[in-house]
Design a protein around this ligand. Structure first.
Ligand SMILES: Cc1cc2nc3c(=O)[nH]c(=O)nc-3n(C[C@H](O)[C@H](O)[C@H](O)COP(=O)(O)OP(=O)(O)OC[C@H]3O[C@@H](n4cnc5c(N)ncnc54)[C@H](O)[C@@H]3O)c2cc1C
Length: 337
């Protein structure tokens, strides 16, 4: 465990932004993590997983702790369910594939989401009609100041749409070290109602899909729609889909009857941010090396040497134009550092 100074984070963030960490260390065990925290009590700390949900707009004047704890195991099972624990530094997609190879159901719709297992509760990741909160049992986390371990149950995490306690009440106070998920062993709840999964399965003549079939369909759809960060720097959806009060939405909808929306509660609707951005004229627009992806307006991209500030400027321009056009505020999903 070696602390390095003036360390480039270019290969540690999927936007591929050049930014330096004043100090950087990768930790591989909980014991190492405890030691690093104890020995650097007075340092500012910054926690880094896979770097797939952050826009670095400046160098990080802190000790960057890269969570690289590995390992996964079954901790309990009955006839119907299995409880699986994964260490925080496991790559999420590899973990999902491992669950599918073992015929454990529940995570297949979230195949190919970049990042690490330990970060999945932070923003309650989700895709194709499933969120982490649906299978999450609890996580273990270390208090950054006291190094005490605490278990957070599903209810304690206060999951919401791309939200949890880790982005709010206990932000920057805990490092998640392991996560437990409860998955099905049989009677899997295959969910193919969302997006293009049904069409993708039909294309391959699959009528009774297995977990693997669903995962393969999700992977194929994602690969056709989203840029691969290894080829084009990005952080997935840059913005959240805004949730608007129905009373406000009705007025907006009168002006823009073609606006798409989904009901989320009796009083609220969700509007696809990608649609708003596209209508505001940003899809495929490029500003130097920063831009809005040509196929997916929700995704901001780095064509090569964009700085974090340049991408941030594009995001602000998008937010302003969407607000000026539709009166709807869109918020960043990505953590702007
Ligand atoms: C191409 C692409 C597609 C994507 N698609 C989706 C999608 O479909 N759905 C979705 O929800 N997200 C999606 N994302 C966003 C991203 O993959 C997820 O948010 C992912 O969970 C981030 O994990 P990470 O380890 O890379 O987090 P990082 O970017 O490293 O960190 C994100 C935040 O969590 C904190 N953090 C990191 N590790 C820990 C830890 N162990 N304990 C406490 N805090 C920690 C960091 O300090 C930071 O604030 C996509 C991203 C890309 C690039």
């Amino acid at each position: 465990m070696e602390i390095q100074s003036n360390f480039s984070l270019k290969n540690y963030n999927t936007f591929g932004i050049e930014a330096k960490a004043r100090q950087f260390v990768a930790v591989h065990t909980v014991a190492e993590l405890k030691t690093i925290l104890e020995e650097n009590k007075n340092e500012q700390k910054f926690i880094l997983g896979g770097g797939s949900n952050m826009l670095l707009t400046q160098d990080i004047d802190a000790l960057v702790i890269h969570i690289d704890l590995k390992g996964k195991k079954i901790i309990k099972e009955d006839d119907d369910f299995v409880w699986v624990e994964s260490q925080a530094g496991e790559t999420w997609h590899d973990f999902v594939l491992w669950t599918i190879d073992n015929n454990f159901g529940g995570l297949e719709n979230m195949s190919l989401i970049p990042g690490n297992v330990g970060t999945t509760p932070v923003q309650n990741i989700g895709a194709y009609g499933t969120e982490i909160k649906d299978t999450f049992v609890s996580c273990e986390a270390m208090n950054i100041t006291s190094q005490e371990m605490k278990t957070f149950t599903n209810a304690e995490c206060k999951f919401g749409y791309r939200e949890s306690i880790f982005k709010n009440e206990v932000k920057d106070q805990y490092i998640i070290t392991a996560v437990i998920y409860k998955l099905t062993k049989r009677n899997h709840k295959i969910n193919i109602s969302y997006g293009d999964i049904t069409a993708e399965l039909a294309k391959n003549n699959i009528t009774f899909p297995t977990l693997k079939d669903v995962s393969n369909a999700v992977i194929a759809i994602r690969q056709s729609k989203l840029p691969d960060p290894k080829e084009l720097g990005n952080s997935g959806s840059f913005f959240k889909n805004p949730i608007v009060l129905k009373s406000d939405f009705e007025k907006i909808h009168q002006k823009f009857p073609e606006m798409k929306y989904y009901e989320v509660s009796e009083t609220e609707v969700k509007v696809p941010a990608g649609w708003l951005i596209e209508q505001a004229g940003f899809k495929g627009k490029r500003f130097g090396d920063a831009g809005v992806h040509k196929n997916q307006a929700l995704v901001l991209v780095n064509y090569g040497n964009a700085t974090g500030q340049e991408i941030l400027a594009v995001s602000k321009e998008v937010q302003k134009t969407v607000f000026d056009t539709f009166g709807i505020q869109i918020e960043a999903e990505v953590n702007v550092i």
